[in-house]
Design a protein around this ligand. Structure first.
Ligand SMILES: [Cu+2]
Length: 465
């Protein structure tokens, strides 16, 4: 892995020679070590440690920065008491490196090592987390951001990852482990927490100079909480979603909704004088909770705010859809509390709801609870797929696609037509159509990123041959 400084040096030597293509991976033979192990973190305040699982001892794990097209090399060591993997959320990588325990690899046993090597074709904001028993592993703190740098990064004064999480802690400020696997949570909104953190701290202060232009890389790493962020008068401009650049747009009402797994890149220009503060807040039913506090500090960087627009270079996504011979697939979600699911297939057996519940299942996709032996659909490489996602439940869901980004066909309450996403939010009873070219061979999951919903049935897969 190259640090940003090393990348710039490597680029000085090699990027021009690469003619705008990808840097030569042979120049970057380093491996990044990531060790998943029990640890502790001051989630609530600096005087109080919460027992967590952490990568390299920190929550979130280290921000990994790589150059677009460069080979990423990460050596995972498992020192937690259960099997684990690394899933590179949003990266259109080679299938064997997707990190789905039981589908693309065997889970890495406690004490073992696994090496991940892949190229990141798209520049943008991505993340990594286990994809085996992920509801528990992510809730205990195993996640981190993967930043893929543009070949020619646009001009920001600061690039600031903001990794948000919603922790369920008990009275002693420890992770509520008794609720793991709770079927009531799984059949409702999932595991909702009671402590909001940004970069592992509650409402941290972030010092900013007057006139500073920030690129915020926002990630919702919560198990289940849909976060609506209120920027108030920070005048946010949205420039990318799920790692894919968009034509810059301002946010209506200065709010941004991020479902679990979703990311957004937002530019803000701050006019704070020393000592002044502005909060970025998360809106919940109970009111607003501060997520981060920007505090003016030091001497002004510039007196007048920058007004130059920001545009990110586009990524090499294949949007050459061929609708004439597209494969149309319906994905119908049913079940959950106050749903009408009476039975579904689980592990090859048709089961009534009561029996599903005994197996920890509460949801079905096209009548199937959990992963099946055969894929939901198989598609020839290069063919256009049109998926109609039908949320026939009373609950929102955040459907995540592996190995591909999908284009939203028509705007909905939560999503905007034309955006490329790897995770889309559907409100209760909502239908959403997405389109993509199945250009990445292998076995790819589609699942709800509310991790308790995934564990309780909302998981399927497709195959690109
Ligand atoms: Cu869901």
């Amino acid at each position: 892995m190259l640090s940003r400084r090393k990348f710039i040096q490597a680029c000085a030597a090699g990027c021009a020679a690469a003619g705008g293509g990808y840097t030569d991976a042979s120049r970057s033979p380093e491996w990044t070590e990531l060790t998943a192990a029990p640890g502790s973190a001051p989630l609530v305040d600096t005087q109080q440690q919460t027992a967590v699982w952490a990568y390299n001892g920190t929550v979130p794990g280290p921000v990994l920065r790589v150059a677009q097209g460069q080979e990423v090399r990460v050596r995972l060591r498992n020192r937690i008491p259960i099997g684990t993997t690394l899933h590179w959320h949003g990266i259109r990588l080679t299938n064997a490196m997707d990190g789905v325990g039981g589908l693309t690899q065997a889970p890495v046993s406690a004490g073992d090592v696994f090496e991940y090597r892949f190229r990141a074709p798209d520049a943008g904001t991505f993340w990594y987390h286990p994809h085996f028993r992920s509801a528990e592993a992510v809730a205990r703190g195993l996640y981190g951001m993967l930043v893929v740098e543009e070949q020619a990064p646009p001009d920001f004064d600061r690039d600031l990852p903001l990794i948000l999480d919603d922790w369920l802690l008990d009275d002693a400020d420890q992770i509520d482990t008794a609720r793991f696997g709770n079927l009531h949570d799984a059949a409702h909104a999932g595991r909702l927490g009671n402590v909001l953190t940004a970069n592992g701290k509650p409402a941290p202060d972030i010092g900013v100079r007057r006139g500073e232009r920030l690129r915020l890389r926002l990630l919702n790493a919560a198990n289940a909480r849909v976060l609506t962020l209120a920027f108030a008068d920070l005048a946010p401009t949205l420039i990318a979603l799920d790692g894919q650049p968009i034509a810059a747009r301002s946010l209506s009402d200065a709010t941004l909704t991020l479902a679990p797994g979703q990311r957004a890149d937002v530019v803000i220009d701050l006019s704070l004088d020393a000592g002044q503060a502005r909060e970025l807040r998360a809106v919940t039913r109970g009111g607003e909770t501060p997520a981060v506090r920007f505090v003016g500090t030091g001497s002004p960087l510039r007196d007048e705010l920058l007004t130059t627009p920001v545009a990110l270079p586009v990524n090499p996504l294949d949007g050459a859809f061929s609708f004439a011979d597209r494969l149309q697939v319906d994905l119908v979600m049913r079940g959950g509390a106050r749903g009408d699911l009476s039975s579904a297939v689980y592990r090859g057996e048709q089961m009534p709801l009561r029996e599903l519940a005994q197996n920890g299942q509460a949801w079905a996709l096209n009548g199937q609870a959990g992963m099946s032996e055969t894929p939901l659909f198989s598609v020839q490489r290069g063919r256009t797929v049109e998926l109609r996602l039908v949320n026939d439940t009373r609950w929102p869901h955040a459907m995540h696609f592996h190995g591909h980004h999908v284009r939203v066909a028509a705007s909905t309450r939560s999503e905007t037509a034309g955006d490329w996403r790897d995770t889309v939010l559907l409100q209760a009873r909502e239908t959403l159509r997405v389109t993509f070219v199945a250009d990445n061979p292998g076995k790819w999951m589609i699942h709800c990123h509310m991790l308790e919903h995934q564990a309780a049935g909302m998981a399927t897969w497709f195959e690109v041959a």
